[in-house]
Ligand binder design. Structure first.
Ligand SMILES: [Zn+2]
Length: 160
């Protein structure tokens, strides 16, 4: 790590600290050549998945967009934001772990549907009806039919 003051490549790490989320390491360094201190951050390189739409167009995965969609579906429903965040983090971790560079939007949609199906049936149906607009009519109809059959009886979301 090059000293920003004198450009020397030799420096001493005085202190290392892992950030609160554990995704970065902060290091205080001392340059013995000029005696200045500076801080560096090390982060794991994150791979941002590329989403492939049904029509073949590509789009960069956007966490806010995914969250917005789920928030809209769960509006006024008893679903905690923490639950949604956990689901999103889990999804992202899986995408990273499996080294997915490209993920189809339908695959991501399926994950959200599974999550909502097991969390809140109303939110699930709402999401499914928006999802339909992404040219997934067949899937939606099948899902809606299944959801209707499942909700028939107990009237509650199925829990796994
Ligand atoms: Zn220096």
């Amino acid at each position: 790590m090059k000293c920003p003051f004198c450009g020397s490549l030799n420096n001493k790490v005085l202190d290392s600290r892992v950030s609160r989320e554990g995704s970065a390491v902060r290091r205080r360094r001392l340059c013995p050549a000029c005696n200045n201190r500076f801080t560096t951050y090390e982060k794991v390189e994150e791979q941002t998945p590329i989403l492939i739409k049904r029509d073949g167009r590509r789009e960069i995965y956007n966490r806010d967009k995914l969250k917005r969609g789920i928030m809209m579906a769960t509006q006024k429903r008893p679903v905690a934001i923490a639950t949604i965040d956990t689901f999103i983090e889990e999804t992202e971790r899986r995408l990273q772990d499996s080294n997915y560079k490209e993920v189809s939007t339908s695959e991501l949609g399926e994950r959200v549907m599974d999550f909502l199906k097991n969390t809140d049936l109303v939110a699930y149906i709402r999401f499914a009806s928006v999802y339909k607009n992404f040219n997934l009519v067949d899937d939606f109809e099948r899902e809606a039919r299944e959801a209707k059959e499942e909700s028939h009886g107990s009237g509650k979301a199925r829990s796994k």
